[in-house]
Write a protein that binds this ligand. Structure first.
Ligand SMILES: NC(=O)C1=CN([C@@H]2O[C@H](COP(=O)(O)OP(=O)(O)OC[C@H]3O[C@@H](n4cnc5c(N)ncnc54)[C@H](OP(=O)(O)O)[C@@H]3O)[C@@H](O)[C@H]2O)C=CC1
Ligand SMILES: O=C(O)C1=N[C@H](C(=O)O)C[C@H](O)C1
Length: 257
C-alpha cells in the first residue's frame, strides 16, 4: 500500500514515516511539507513541497495528514479530487471546518480522530460508561502536552468533553468551561471544566475526573511515545483503503463499535 504523509517534517510526520519504513506492506509515495519549509529536499525519504500534492496523489492509496486545520482542509480537497482515502490526525478544527470534512466524506473515506492510540479510544468508552452511571458527579478534564503544542484544549480533551456531556444529556456548548480565573468562579452544577498544561516534552496525558462527596474516580491515559499515534495512523490508512466513502473514526478501525 502506498501512502503520502502531509506534515512530514513535523513531530508526528517523522514518527509516521519511521513506522511506515519499518512496515514491509507500506511504501511511502510522498513525504510532503508546506512550500517554504527548510526540510524540503532533505531526509529519507526526501521531503517534497505540498505544492506538488496532486502529482503524488495520482500514485497514492491513502493520504495521512498531521499538519494544521487550514492545511488539512486544503490537502483533503485535493485528495477528494483523486478519490484518495484520508486519515486526518490534525486537531483544532472549528465547527465550520468540521462540517466541511463531513461533506467531503460523502465522496471519499475519511478516518478522522483526534487521537489514534488504542488506549484513548478505550478511554472514550470508559468515560461514556462512567458518566452514564453517575451523571450527578462533577466532571473535569485535565490534559498535559509539550510546550510546542498549538491548540488548546487538545482535540482529545474536546472529544472527551463531548462524550461526557452527551452521556449526561447535555450539550458541551452549554456546559463547557475552559479554565477558571475569576473571583466568582464557583462551579455550577453541570459544568464540564477543561484545563490545559503545556510543559517540556510531555507526549500527551488526559485525565477525566468524576468527583462526588467523599470520593472521586480518575480515569487517566498517558502516551509514552508518539509511536502509539503513528502506528494507529498507519493502521487507519490500511483500513481506509477499500472502504466506502464516509466519516469514520478509530473506533471503526479498531472494531470497537
Ligand atoms: N490524532 C492524533 O493521534 C494526534 C494528533 N496530533 C495533531 O497533529 C497535528 C500535528 O502535530 P505535530 O506533528 O506535533 O506538529 P508539528 O508542528 O511538529 O508538525 C506539523 C507539520 O506540518 C507542516 N505543515 C504545515 N502546513 C502544511 C501543509 N500545507 N502541507 C504539509 N505540511 C504542512 C508544519 O510545517 P511548519 O512547522 O513549518 O509550519 C509542520 O512541519 C496537530 O494538530 C496535533 O494536535 C498530534 C499527535 C497525535
Ligand atoms: O499535539 C499533540 O502532541 C497531540 N495532539 C492530539 C490532541 O490534540 O488531542 C493527541 C495527542 O494527545 C498529542
Amino acid at each position: 500500500m502506498k501512502i503520502t504523509v502531509c506534515g512530514a517534517a513535523g513531530r508526528m510526520g517523522q514518527a509516521i514515516l519511521a513506522i511506515a519504513k519499518s512496515d514491509e506492506n507500506v511504501k511511502i509515495a510522498g513525504a510532503l511539507e508546506y512550500g517554504g519549509s527548510k526540510a524540503i529536499g532533505t531526509g529519507d525519504p526526501v521531503v517534497s513541497s505540498v505544492v506538488d500534492l496532486e502529482k503524488f496523489l495520482s500514485e497514492t492509496d491513502a493520504l495521512i495528514d498531521f499538519t494544521n486545520p487550514e492545511s488539512a482542509l486544503r490537502n483533503l480537497e485535493a485528495a477528494e479530487k483523486y478519490k484518495v482515502p484520508v486519515v486526518i490526525g490534525t486537531t483544532g478544527f472549528n465547527e465550520e471546518q468540521r462540517k466541511k470534512i463531513s461533506e467531503i466524506s460523502k465522496s471519499v473515506p475519511i478516518v478522522f480522530s483526534p487521537n489514534m492510540s488504542a488506549g484513548i479510544n478505550i478511554l472514550f468508552e470508559l468515560v461514556e460508561a462512567v458518566a452514564k452511571k453517575i451523571p450527578d458527579y462533577d466532571i473535569e478534564i485535565v490534559e498535559l502536552h509539550h510546550n510546542k503544542k498549538k491548540d488548546s484544549p487538545s482535540g482529545t480533551a474536546v472529544k472527551l468533553a463531548e462524550i461526557a456531556s452527551v452521556s449526561i444529556g447535555k450539550n458541551i456548548c452549554d456546559v463547557g468551561v475552559y479554565g477558571r480565573h475569576s473571583s466568582d468562579a464557583v462551579r455550577k452544577k453541570d459544568e464540564i471544566g477543561m484545563h490545559s498544561v503545556r510543559a517540556g516534552d510531555i507526549v500527551g496525558d488526559h485525565t477525566v475526573y468524576f468527583a462526588g462527596y467523599g470520593e472521586r474516580i480518575e480515569l487517566t491515559h498517558r502516551a509514552h511515545s508518539r509511536d502509539t499515534f503513528a502506528a494507529g495512523a498507519v493502521r487507519a490508512a490500511k483500513w481506509a483503503v477499500g472502504q466506502k466513502p464516509g466519516l469514520y473514526d478509530m473506533a471503526d478501525v479498531l472494531s470497537l463499535k
